[in-house]
Design a protein around this ligand. Structure first.
Ligand code: ATP
Length: 223
């Protein structure tokens, strides 16, 4: 079942503090089920693009249209709602609740979902944690290593069953075997489940598996 989203991005400009232009992307179109890799040197603007696609860049202009919903012009609350409904985010250490277990964190999307879907979300979270080799309920994530925390973030993003997956250096804190297993899962999410995946990474092995790669250098599209 194709369940991804279509992206139509035009004239995106993200500015940072002191009005510095940190990213400029004239055009980017993605079809559902596409896996796009974002490459480029450190500081190029990869994370900035992912934050913008999630509606989280503080100052941006242009259009980011996901399936007919333009998010740049929306209020922060509107963007937050869109994110909760439609986007699974795999960002480094993104908002883990230290007091909760791995399952408590990975199952969090259930809190925002309609009642009828909550059980399925928790089940998917538990299943993903098992696949990723994480003990679901034993202890609080406060005591987890960087790689273990990253896997909890991945399980949470996958549990939500969102049509859009945005990942920032998803394999960075994983050893090779775990990184390859995660790449398998991400690619299956795009190829088999039709999700739209955008993945910023320095990992050449992960980039090689993507359908397309967009290279960014110094805040601009290089190729
Ligand atoms: N709010 C901000 N204000 C000013 N500059 C910013 C802001 N956020 C990011 N930058 C700068 O914009 C540039 C792009 O940062 P970004 O984090 O997107 O790079 P990246 O390609 O993801 O790098 P890395 O591979 O090191 O993670 C950097 O020079 C960064 O310092």
């Amino acid at each position: 079942m194709a369940r991804g989203a279509t992206l139509g991005l035009r004239d995106l400009v993200v500015t940072g503090e002191s009005r510095r232009r940190i990213l400029d992307v004239p055009e980017l179109d993605l079809a559902p089920g596409t896996a796009l890799g974002i490459s480029g040197p450190s500081g190029a603007g990869k994370s900035t693009l992912l934050y913008a696609l999630a509606g989280m860049a503080a100052q941006m202009t242009g259009r980011i249209d996901w399936d007919g919903t333009e998010i740049v012009a929306q209020t922060p609350a509107g963007r937050a709602r869109f994110r909760a409904d439609r986007i699974g985010m795999i960002f480094q250490d993104h908002l883990l609740f230290e007091e909760l277990s791995a399952l408590g964190n990975a199952g969090l999307p259930a809190l925002y979902a309609p009642k009828a879907q909550r059980r399925a979300i928790r089940d998917r979270a538990a299943d993903r944690l098992t696949r990723l080799g994480i003990d679901a309920g034993a202890r609080r994530v406060a005591s987890f290593s960087g790689g273990e925390r990253q896997r909890v973030v991945v399980a949470r993003a996958m549990a939500a069953d969102a049509p859009i997956l945005l990942a920032d250096e998803p394999t960075a804190s994983l050893h090779r075997e775990a990184a390859d297993a995660l790449a398998d899962d991400l690619m299956a999410a795009a190829r088999d489940e039709g999700r739209t995946l955008v993945c910023g990474t320095h990992d050449e092995r992960l980039l090689a598996r993507m359908d397309r790669t967009l290279r960014i250098a110094d805040g601009r599209v290089a190729e």
